[in-house]
Design a protein around this ligand. Structure first.
Ligand code: GDP
Ligand code: MG
Length: 470
């Protein structure tokens, strides 16, 4: 357990002691103590029909979340399990197992007698490696991730103030502001950017990159990415049959192919000039969207000669690779810190809703953990460096990145001391780094943000030295 986790755990146990005589408070704390050791919970949020369920499926690589063109949606949790299973939680929180159909990487729920308004949430267990490491929460339209999630993948069609509102709203307390967020902002349905022009995906990527470097987004999210979820999912689950159909489509004359792909209507026209039958065309359109079929045929013509290579290229260009990598690194890779954040938020909430004199020391300790939680600060600075929000000269940026734990959080990795990493060598390297960064922290050519970043590195070096000399 890290130092941070240990102090947060102590805080939870001390809070439990201070609220021992309050069943409601004890239940709240008990719940959060159990949750502290559970896998990270990642909510996928965003407005209606922006492709949340599609993104959940794309991350897992199987169709477990219902993708719908219309209709109401239910809050659904997906976690790992040996066998597919599902539990419906009613409005009174009673739990009811429901039958599941599964096969071919598809999940179907038999909700039988349940009507929409009677269900508060569904918990699905599904055997998939990524669900063992994190629970995914598919949310109804515009639902806030709320207290239940430790991290968020937030989907928006445009990065404007209205779309960012939920991210601002999530920063409404001292703990929420002090602890770095676990949020990845996704510019979704990237294939539709600029009215679905051929280069939509690369335009979307450029737009996302520009926002990623926007200092106003600094405290709101770890990364901004463009993702075409539908293309990513279809690419990841591409079948040999689909590949053959796309190859047959792509074999047509260029003008004929362009004409066919002008609109969905033309593409589906019964007498269209192609060897691929109307039924197969409808299925391709459903799976890939028109932009996806365009991209896939262009890739086949450009040299993707196997289903595998087409699949790989579709997944890469859709932004799904970037999203999965970001989830791994920015969210799951920092699970411990994000869990600590959730627990601190829970204690903060309890103190606000159930104030009492015995709990006053807890409030003080909470503040102390926040202020002294250098892990939180390191993450904020790492993000700022990575996005260029705080620019440092390249060599210093690289060293800061390493010292702050960006390449591994062990002392030897941070100090780049290779074998044999003796105490003496580590101590010498830490002392040297400390002096170098103390200079940077007062470097007169730097602005305030750069000096603050350098000061964070100083604190990291001091921490390492202290641990090495005791
Ligand atoms: N063009 C396009 N359509 C998408 C994409 N992702 C989902 N869709 C479609 O949008 C509709 C809603 O998708 P869904 O994943 O259910 O959205 P949710 O309501 O946010 O969960 C469905 O008809 C999907 O096929 C995408 O990346 N591009
Ligand atoms: Mg949905």
């Amino acid at each position: 357990m890290s130092e941070l986790s240990a102090s947060v755990w102590d805080l939870l146990t001390d809070a439990l002691e201070a609220y021992r005589d309050s069943p409601a408070a004890a239940e709240w704390l008990g719940y959060h103590m159990t949750r502290f050791f559970e896998p990270l919970r990642i909510a996928v949020t965003g407005p209606a029909r922006c492709g949340k369920s599609t993104v959940v499926n794309a991350i897992v690589g199987e169709q477990i979340a219902p993708v719908q063109a219309a209709g109401v949606q239910v809050l659904t949790w997906y976690s790992g399990g040996d066998e597919p299973a599902a539990t419906v939680y009613a409005a009174d929180d009673s739990a009811h197992e429901v039958p599941v159909e599964h096969g071919g990487g598809r999940l179907g729920l038999d909700l039988g007698r349940w009507r929409h308004g009677e269900i508060s949430r569904i918990a699905v267990r599904w055997p998939a490696a990524c669900l063992d490491r994190a629970t995914l929460i598919d949310t109804p339209a515009d639902a806030a991730a709320g207290d239940e999630a430790d991290a968020v993948v937030h989907l928006v069609r445009n990065v404007d103030d209205a779309a960012l509102e939920p991210l601002y709203a999530a920063q409404d307390s001292p703990v929420a502001r002090a602890a770095p967020v676990g949020t990845v902002l996704v510019l979704c349905r990237a294939d539709e950017i600029g009215a679905g022009r051929a280069d939509a995906l690369s335009s979307a990527r450029l737009i996302a990159r520009r926002h990623d470097r926007d200092p106003r987004l600094a405290g709101l999210c770890q990364q901004v990415l463009a993702v075409a979820g539908q293309i990513g999912y279809a690419g990841r689950t591409l079948t040999d049959q689909e590949y053959a159909q796309l190859r047959d489509l792509a074999a047509a004359d260029r003008p004929a192919l362009e004409e066919l792909l002008l609109s969905a209507d033309r593409f589906l026209r019964p007498g269209a000039d192609t060897v691929v039958g109307a039924g197969a065309r409808r299925m391709l359109l459903d799976r890939f969207g028109l932009a996806g079929v365009r991209l896939a045929t262009a890739l086949v013509r450009g040299g993707c000669r196997t289903a595998r290579s087409l699949s790989r290229e579709l997944v890469r260009r859709s932004g799904l690779d970037d999203l999965r990598e970001s989830i791994d690194q920015d969210l799951i890779g920092r699970a411990e810190v994000l869990k600590a954040r959730s627990a601190l938020l829970a204690v903060e909430r309890l103190l606000a809703t159930h104030p009492r004199p015995q709990a006053r020391p807890i409030a003080g300790r909470l503040e102390q953990v926040l202020a002294s939680a250098h892990d939180f600060r390191e993450l904020r600075v790492l993000t700022a460096l990575r996005t260029g929000r705080v620019p440092l000269p390249a060599d210093l940026a690289a060293e800061a990145h390493r010292l702050l734990g960006g390449e591994g959080t062990g002392v030897a990795e941070r100090l780049a001391v290779d074998h044999p990493a003796t105490e003496a060598r580590l101590r010498a390297a830490a002392a040297e780094a400390l002096v170098r960064w103390q200079e940077q922290a007062t470097n007169p050519v730097f602005g305030r943000q750069q000096r603050l970043a350098a000061a964070a590195v100083v604190r990291t070096c001091e921490g390492m030295l202290a641990r090495l000399t005791t």
